[in-house]
Each structure stands twice: as structure tokens, then as C-alpha cells.
Design a protein around this ligand. Structure first.
Ligand code: ATP
Length: 284
């Protein structure tokens, strides 16, 4: 346990493709997340959000990560593979956009959710009991019976609940959720986001939510970090950022969120429009 410091502290994170002379994919990224806090990392597609997420626990071996990532007081950049595996198994859990790729289609849900516990030496019976309890907690109806099904028998939203159960069963302190609802239909998106928020509140779980969709950030995040072209442009409390975005790029992102009060047929503004406006007013 770190002595009063943030749960996650990222300093000057930079990522480059190994043995390449090309520009860094991510540079100068610094942010922190306190225990139980929810931070959204937003930005357009290709801005580097997933690269940051994977760099935290060095999931992508084709890239070189530099700078500092301290989790619970321990440095992860340059840590031994075994130590990183342990952090991934119990400290930092990750879920991704497509729940099906995270699940093995030919293994029963019960065994997949129980696996992180079995790996840690929890007896199989007990691991299975805890797995069913977690599925139940995450709203899988009739969990004891459904747990014996294969993932293909579940809908997209239910699969994401299964993935979350496998992520949370080991009692992580930070959940990194990379576009967790992008592949789901709108109604189910909301349920999954509510679920993440509920688990965060009840378990004191910190969350790093990665999304290109600012529309889903307001209800869930405490703070927002805005990423553009591999760097952070501003990190602020969510209410402040929505009320008074400092950076033109952030203004652009906010203006490109579809609004139900927009006039019918009104063209959605893009981030490029807002950045152009700023250039024009600077030129004038
Ligand atoms: N291992 C890699 N090798 C080469 N290029 C990479 C690698 N990983 C990421 N990139 C590039 O880095 C840039 C940032 O990608 P990243 O996936 O982090 O963006 P993102 O903001 O998460 O976008 P999206 O929302 O589309 O996932 C992209 O141009 C991507 O092609």
C-alpha cells in the first residue's frame, strides 16, 4: 500500500514502436488516479488512448514504453514480466471493446470467470462459487445455471457482464475499460456504464474509462483527460471541463457530441470545425 499517494501515477509516459525511427505514438503523458476515482481518457480515434491503456501494464510487446507508471507505489515501467502478470491478475484489470475476443468461445463461462482465482491458487470449488456470486452481482439472471453455458449463448451486453465478472472477481483496485460499450446497442451501453459506476462506488474501485464519446463521460467520470495526437491537452474535473473547456480541441470534441435539442437537419460540427474557427479568429 502506498503511503497516501495516488493509486496510479503516470509521469512523462512515452511509447514508441520498437526499433523504429518514427515519431512516438504517445509522449509526455502525465496523470494520476486516486483510489476509487473515475478518470475518463477521451479523444478522437487514433489519438493514442488505447496505446496509453496498454502501456500501463505493457500489454503490447511491439512497443517500447518509457517514463514512469507507479501503481500502488510500485514502478511498472521496466518491471519483470512475472511482476507485471501479477499486477494484471490482481491489481489492474482491463476490459476491451469487443467482449467476444476476451472470451474463449469453447470454454464454459463459469470456468473463464473462475480462472483468475484458480491461477492464484484458490481451490476450484471455491473459485467457482465466487465466480457465480460475481456473475449474479453483475446482473446475470439465474447465474448458477447460466454459468454452465458457453459465451456464444449470451447476448453482447451479457457477454460484457461476463468479461467484467472475470475482470473483477480477483478484486482489482483499478479497472481500465477501453471503449467497453462501443460494440453494444445504445440501451445496453447505458446498462454496462451504470454497472461500472455501481461497482466503482460499492467496491471503491478506481476506473480509467477510455472513450471517443464525450456523451457518455458526464455521468460516470470525476475527471476527464483529453488526448490529441499522442499528447494530453487538458485534464480537468468533468463539470469544469464541460462548462468551460480551455483547449479548442476540447471545445470541438464537446460540440461534436450529438444533442437532442439540435435543429432537425443541422449538420453536426466536427472537431476540425472548432479548431478551424480558432485559427480563423487568431488570423483575423
Ligand atoms: N504497435 C503499434 N505499432 C504501430 N503503430 C501503432 C501501434 N499501436 C498503435 N499504433 C498507432 O498509434 C496511433 C494511436 O492508436 P490508438 O489505438 O492508441 O488510438 P486510440 O485513440 O485508442 O484510437 P481508437 O479509438 O481508434 O482505438 C494510431 O495511429 C495507431 O495506428
Amino acid at each position: 500500500m502506498s503511503a497516501g499517494g495516488p493509486l496510479l501515477e503516470v509521469r512523462d509516459l512515452a511509447v514508441r514502436v520498437r526499433e523504429s525511427e518514427g515519431p512516438r505514438l504517445v509522449r509526455d503523458v502525465s496523470f494520476e488516479i486516486a483510489a476509487g476515482e473515475r478518470l475518463a481518457l477521451v479523444g478522437e480515434s487514433g489519438s493514442g488512448k488505447s496505446t496509453v491503456a496498454k502501456a500501463l501494464v505493457q500489454l503490447d510487446r511491439t512497443v517500447e514504453v518509457s517514463g514512469s507508471v507507479r501503481f500502488d507505489g510500485r514502478e511498472l515501467v521496466g518491471a519483470r514480466p512475472g511482476d507485471l502478470r501479477r499486477v494484471r491478475g490482481s491489481g489492474i484489470a482491463m476490459i476491451f471493446q469487443d467482449p467476444m475476443t476476451a472470451l474463449n468461445p469453447v470454454r464454459r463461462v463459469l470456468d473463464q470467470v473462475a480462472e483468475p482465482l484458480v491461477i492464484r491458487g484458490v481451490p476450484r470449488r471455491e473459485a467457482r462459487r465466487l465466480a457465480v456470486a460475481m456473475l449474479d452481482r453483475l446482473g446475470v439472471a439465474d447465474a448458477a445455471r447460466r454459468a454452465h453455458d458457453y459465451p456464444t449463448a449470451f447476448s453482447g451486453g451479457m457477454r460484457q457482464r461476463v468479461v467484467m465478472a472475470a475482470a473483477l472477481v480477483g478484486g482489482p483496485r483499478l479497472l481500465v475499460a477501453d471503449e467497453p460499450t462501443t460494440a453494444l446497442d445504445v440501451r445496453v451501453q447505458e446498462q454496462v456504464l451504470d454497472l461500472i459506476e455501481e461497482q466503482s462506488r460499492e467496491l471503491g474501485l478506481a476506473v480509467l474509462l477510455i472513450t471517443h464519446d464525450l456523451g457518455i463521460v458526464a455521468g460516470l467520470a470525476d475527471r476527464v483527460a483529453v488526448m490529441r495526437s499522442g499528447a494530453l491537452v487538458e485534464t480537468r474535473p468533468v463539470d469544469e471541463l464541460f462548462a468551460d473547456p480551455h483547449h479548442p480541441y476540447t471545445r470541438g470534441l464537446l460540440e461534436s457530441v450529438p444533442r437532442i435539442d439540435a435543429a432537425p437537419g443541422q449538420r453536426l460540427r466536427t472537431v476540425a470545425d472548432a479548431v478551424d474557427d480558432t485559427r480563423e479568429s487568431a488570423d483575423a
